[in-house]
Design a binder for this molecule. Structure first.
Ligand code: NAP
Length: 331
């Protein structure tokens, strides 16, 4: 059936300027890392993308390796884009990345010009798009000079494959160097994509200051710690959860431990006091930082997207609430 997006789609979502650029991103963006792969039911993927757009989520985040299998989230997105979203291309910000292993041999990984350009071209083909809005270096490469990796992002932008350049998981020092190189080339670094949530606060030490100084936006991934910062694991591990599907080995060394669940139980009391779900509290908490442009969530079903988007109904925190949250997290 033809898709007509909700006319109300711009009524409630907040849109934040990305650093000192003219680009605005929705306060909540949707990533396709999981649940959009070749193994996932296409109609659920379609329903999630449609509902997200209807709720004002104008930004979808991809990478070459999302699936499983790697590349298949792009194929899924491409198919749904063609069927549902092509008339709305100019209302969408679609990002992509390269930096992790995609094909065998020395040219299918990390940050060389050879890999990034080939991967970007493959990603355009799989999605069927003419260009990406943002193209990222997915991770810093210790063996490739930053000048080469950033020079390639500049080339990808100048050749029309992408409109903006971004970096992901770069340290504060690596970010300063990358930003300097990109600035010299005339393609400013639009955005940084670090991991940030209540259990992983590394960006608060220095990175946020660097981003503020350089005028770079910040979209933080895994604001729900892959689902741990929701009510999902409070009474055990559901069979259809990411943790169960990955045999309790979540990425980034994450684990659903009794200690973490105990903290989430306490955080959930604060959430209830604010008349929010636990997921909404976790999202509002990352968005409390003035220089966070967007919280980049994942979802496995429509109801999760609806729940997460309602976080924007209550983004303010009292000093007491923030102190109480810190106390729980520090224990
Ligand atoms: N740059 C990078 O290196 C990098 C790395 C990782 C991710 N990312 C990006 O960030 C995006 C988000 O990452 P993420 O999926 O880890 O984010 P997340 O939002 O922390 O976790 C998403 C998971 O949380 C659960 N969930 C979401 N909303 C919920 C709700 N309202 N109630 C209960 N459970 C809920 C779902 O788990 P179930 O599936 O168990 O239902 C969902 O799959 C990715 O898609 C990708 O675009 C980037």
């Amino acid at each position: 059936m033809n898709y007509s997006p909700a006319e109300s789609r711009y009524n409630t979502m907040l849109y934040n300027c990305c650093g000192r650029s003219g680009l605005k991103l929705p306060a909540i963006s949707l990533g396709l890392w999981y649940n959009f792969g070749g193994i996932d039911p296409l109609e659920n993927c379609r329903a999630m993308l449609r509902r997200a757009f209807d709720l004002g989520i104008t930004h979808f985040d991809l990478a070459n390796n999302y699936g499983p299998p790697p590349g298949s989230a792009e194929t899924t997105f491409g198919q749904l884009f063609k069927q549902d979203f092509a008339p709305f291309r100019d209302e969408l910000i679609i990002s992509n990345k390269a930096g992790y292993e995609m094909w065998p041999g020395p040219y299918g990984d990390w940050g060389s010009r050879k890999y990034l350009v080939a991967s970007c071209d493959q990603s355009l083909k799989r999605t069927g798009l003419d260009y990406f809005d943002i193209f990222y270096s997915h991770r810093p490469d210790p063996d490739t000079p930053v000048e080469e990796t950033m020079g390639t992002l500049d080339y990808i932008v100048r050749s029309g494959r992408a409109l903006y350049a971004g970096i992901s998981t770069y340290s504060p020092e690596q970010t300063r160097r990358a930003a300097r190189v990109l600035k010299e080339m005339g393609t400013p670094c639009l955005i940084h994509q670090p991991r940030y949530n209540m259990f992983d606060r590394w960006i608060e030490d220095e990175l946020l200051t660097v981003l503020e100084e350089e005028g770079i936006g910040c979209i933080c991934f895994s604001p729900l710690d892959q689902g741990i910062l929701t009510n999902k694991y409070l009474t055990g591990t559901p069979e259809d959860s990411r943790s169960a599907k990955l045999e309790h080995k979540l990425h980034w060394g994450d684990e659903v431990t009794p200690e973490r669940v105990a903290k989430v139980q306490k955080l959930n009391v604060i959430a209830r006091g604010r008349e929010q779900s636990m997921a909404q509290l976790a999202i509002a908490w990352v968005l409390r930082q003035p220089n966070i442009t967007s919280a980049l969530i994942g979802a496995s079903r429509v109801s999760q997207i609806e729940d997460c988007v309602s976080a924007i109904d209550k983004l303010d925190f009292s000093g007491d609430e923030l102190q109480a949250i810190d106390k729980i997290l520090m224990k």
